[in-house]
Design a protein around this ligand. Structure first.
Ligand code: HEM
Length: 352
């Protein structure tokens, strides 16, 4: 049997007219196509245009619009995108919704996002000229995330900072009326999403998969197709185009900042691109080979696999948990064949 990082789960979205293993991303879908794929969610009542996305779903999901329910929805948005249908709030069944931490083949390329979070890659921007390995599972790990918590309460942990910053970022992005309160503080992380992600060297498939899972997560908690589609289009337009012009986003007071998160060679080039404003792309170094397992990135963002091991869960809370084994989905990588082959080539050959 050939190894399969998610093919079964993605079967209903396989393109019939191209590579059998190419998953159609939301970014390429029309609204009509989304309606065909998710007929069940089309019945949802539309959001009134005078109510923000955050406030509307706080009431719809939490029963009333309070700071607690707004924060709950922002947490569900992030946790669902990473973990898939992990909670009672993920009540709408959505095809191919695994969470972005489950490796897959997306647009013909093997994608494994776990090693940006577990310290496998030296991919975090701590202010220097290259990335640093940071474990973002340092305060309760996946188990805390499964409880819809930012961590176990250690405010100085990487995990708590990451989750709380992203709740606040999306709380502003989606118009939470309680943003700026003690419980849902204003965003205090970096204003440039390029600066945050630049040492990750994220490619088209990586960003595409993350956004794809985020959008499936929104649908799973009851977002309407039109709201999910709008967020999908906005995320792709704002963060998915290489060399995009600086833009003032969050906080607006920070003024125009570089915002491209997709910066590898295969990312679509923005209109009015300004590549000279961006640094030369650096592929992240492998900081923990046990975690990464010889899954490496070239400077152009392409990914390579040249070893053999079995991934049976994405649940690798700390680098000291040095194996990728446990309960979960089986993902077997190819036997060692003595040379490195770009994942997409393997896919097009039907080997992944
Ligand atoms: C729609 C696209 C995305 C948005 C809007 C987004 C947004 C953010 C925000 C707001 C932060 C917090 C930054 C700070 O605290 O200063 C963050 C951090 C982070 N993001 Fe993303 N992100 C996106 C895609 C991705 C993808 C595809 C990955 C790949 C794995 C990723 C991995 C991370 C990691 C590891 C951090 C922690 C970095 C740090 O604290 O320095 N993000 N992201």
């Amino acid at each position: 049997m050939r190894p399969d990082p998610g093919r079964g789960a993605h079967a209903s979205l396989l393109s019939s007219d191209s590579s059998a293993y190419t998953m159609i991303s939301f970014s390429k879908m029309t609204f009509a196509a989304l309606l065909v794929i998710f007929p069940a969610v089309t019945l949802a009542e539309e959001r009134p245009t005078n109510v923000t996305v955050c406030d509307y779903y706080a009431e719809k999901i939490g029963g009333s619009n309070t700071v607690e329910t707004e924060k709950l929805v922002m947490a569900l948005v992030l946790h669902s995108s990473l973990l898939g249908p992990y909670s009672k709030y993920n009540s709408v069944p959505i095809a191919d919704f695994t969470g972005a931490l489950v490796p897959t083949v997306f647009n013909g390329e093997y994608v494994d996002l776990r090693d940006y979070f577990n310290g496998g890659y030296a991919s975090t921007n701590t202010g220097g000229s290259s990335g640093v390995a940071v474990n973002f599972w340092d305060d309760g790990g996946i188990e805390a995330a499964m409880q819809t918590l930012p961590g176990n309460g250690n405010a100085t942990a990487n995990q708590d900072r990451f989750f709380n910053h992203v709740y606040s970022y999306f709380g502003t992005f989606l118009g939470c009326s309680f943003i700026g309160s003690v419980e849902l503080p204003a965003y205090i992380g970096k204003a440039s999403m390029y600066e945050v992600h630049k040492f990750m060297d994220l490619n088209y498939a990586e960003l595409g998969y993350f956004i794809d899972q985020a959008v499936r997560g929104l649908l799973s908690i009851g977002f309407t197709v039109s709201d999910a589609q709008y967020i999908n289009a906005t995320l792709n337009a704002v963060f998915g185009e290489r060399c995009s012009q600086p833009a003032a986003i969050i906080p607006p007071s920070a003024g125009p900042q570089l915002q491209a998160i997709c910066i590898a060679d295969d990312c679509p080039l923005a209109l009015n691109s300004t590549c000279s404003s961006y640094d030369v792309v650096i592929a992240p170094a492998v900081a923990n080979a046990t975690l990464v397992g010889n899954y490496t990135k070239a400077p152009n963002g392409s990914t390579s696999v040249n070893t053999s091991y079995t991934v049976t869960t994405w649940s690798t809370p700390t680098p000291s948990t040095s194996t990728k084994s446990g309960a979960g989905k089986a993902v077997t990588r190819l036997p060692a064949i003595g040379f490195t082959i770009v994942g997409s080539v393997l896919v097009s050959m039907g080997l992944l």
